[in-house]
Design a protein around this ligand. Structure first.
Ligand SMILES: [Ca+2]
Length: 477
């Protein structure tokens, strides 16, 4: 039995740290000192050499027994945790036993009560060693060792003294361990405070990061707002552009709306016919016949005689407002002629034909009626004409400055009504050199100057087959 325990003790001693060996050797040396002292006392009483050898042998045997007991207790605690130690179980008071857990997954240290056998597990994370727990375990281990020693009943008085000394040493060691554990706890608390400060730093950093992120997102929102504003501005600009385009289209249409036949000709239409014109001073407009072929075209016809189908011997209102058929014989009307020529700069052309198919024309570079009148109708639509050219000779210049006279409104310089007298309506002076609104008498006639007369071409007794008065803006010279 002793031999086995010694062998175990050797094996354990080989595994124990050097500190434990030093502790045991220290304790042995102290014992040597005590034994030497007592030996000295004994020697003084009984100076016997044989007895000296016996007591040394006895002391050696006791020491071996104590070492064996310590080793056995250690072995029992570390490796036989599942089997209660015999000398502990003999004790009347149940005590705790500390053992390590052989399983890797379970708690590293198990504290179990021998009486009820219920283990109290303490888990120690091997990756994060808690030195305080290690110290605690060491303390418990030492306490257990101390109890084992206390429970050991030494028969020999020398063994008893040795055990007591060992107990005291263990108590001192226990005190040191306890202090170390307290220091470890303090360190741990310091670490805890450090952890808290680190946590606070971390939270502060998180807060700063959040604030920066908020600022960043605010900047992003600002940029997005700017972008939206720019987009809406772009849309507004596009809308304004389209509106401007529409407006310019309208103004183009207004420009395209012909003031007269020359505008229609400029727009690319070159066919003779009836068109609507909208003079600047008569925006409602009216229908006219356009001569697009004679002398470059663009002529607005204001009077036509060709077959005598229309009665031209009419009163003031008829001549003011116009009559006849636009495609045939007609008088456009003084008010309309006024509107067309009011802005000035018009030229007049009169094409004529007799019944022998002879033609002639008279052209005037300036033509207008009522141009300077505040109320042209009240003023009688006075004629302004100048700048003759042509083949029919001038039969109109003498009428320049004359008011228009109808059979019912005498505004001529004759003591009679020239219109009534010569069966027409014209800018009569002391009557006329031309009478294009006279009776359609179909060529030569016996009556005097009361037909469709152009005196400079056919005299006063030849009523023309065809006359056409037309105006257009005077070309820029
Ligand atoms: Ca008169």
């Amino acid at each position: 039995m002793h031999r086995e325990r010694r062998q175990d003790g050797v094996r354990i001693n080989q595994q124990r740290p050097n500190a434990v060996q030093q502790l045991l050797w220290m304790m042995l040396n102290d014992r040597w000192t005590i034994m030497n002292n007592s030996s000295s006392e004994l020697d003084s009483k009984r100076p016997n050499k044989h007895k000296k050898v016996c007591s040394f042998l006895l002391w050696s045997g006791g020491t071996l027994v104590i070492i064996a007991v310590i080793v056995a207790a250690t072995v029992a605690i570390l490796y036989l945790n599942h089997y209660p130690l015999p000398f502990i179980s003999r004790g009347e008071v149940s005590s705790s036993v500390v053992s390590t857990n052989p399983k890797e997954s379970g708690p590293l240290v198990t504290v179990s009560r021998v009486a009820d056998g219920e283990p109290i597990s303490i888990f120690l994370d091997p990756n994060c060693p808690d030195f305080s727990e290690h110290f605690l375990r060491w303390e418990v281990l030492q306490s257990s060792l101390l109890r084992a020693l206390t429970n050991y009943n030494a028969d020999n008085w020398q063994d008893h003294g040795f055990v007591q000394k060992l107990e005291e040493e263990l108590k001192v060691l226990l005190g040191h361990t306890h202090n170390l554990r307290l220091e470890a706890d303090s360190l741990k608390r310091g670490q805890g405070v450090l952890d808290q400060r680190l946590d606070r730093l971390q939270s502060e950093q998180s807060r700063i990061v959040k604030v920066m992120s908020d600022n960043h997102s605010g900047m992003l929102k600002l940029v997005a707002g700017f972008s939206d504003s720019l987009l809406s501005l772009q849309r507004e600009t596009d809308s304004l552009k389209s509106l401007k385009s529409e407006l310019s289209k309208d103004s183009t249409l207004t420009a395209v709306r012909p003031r007269d036949c020359s505008d229609i000709l400029k727009s690319g239409v070159s066919q003779d016919g009836i068109y609507s014109v909208f003079p600047t001073h008569d925006p409602n407009g009216f229908m006219v016949y356009c001569d697009m072929s004679t002398d470059g075209g663009g002529w607005t016809v204001i009077q036509r005689r060709e077959d005598g189908s229309v009665n031209f011997f009419r009163g003031w209102e008829a001549y003011r407002d116009g009559f006849g058929t636009t495609t045939g014989e007609h008088w456009l009307g003084l008010q309309r002629i006024y509107s067309l020529t009011r802005s000035g700069g018009s030229e007049l052309r009169i094409d004529m034909a007799d019944f022998d198919n002879a033609t002639a024309f008279a052209q005037y570079s300036a033509f207008s009626i009522g141009r300077d009148s505040v109320n042209p109708e009240e003023d009688g639509y006075p004629l302004t004409v100048d700048g003759y050219s042509g083949t029919a000779g001038d039969s109109l210049l003498k009428h320049s400055g004359m008011r228009f006279t109808t059979k019912d409104r005498d505004q001529d310089q004759s003591e009679n009504n020239c219109a009534a007298y010569y069966q027409g309506a014209w800018w009569y002076r002391n009557c006329h050199t031309s009478n294009l609104n006279g009776q359609y008498l179909r060529g030569g006639h016996a009556s005097y100057a009361d037909g469709v007369e152009w005196s400079s071409w056919t005299g006063w007794q030849y009523s023309l087959r065809f006359t056409e008065m037309k105006i257009r803006p005077r070309p820029e010279s």
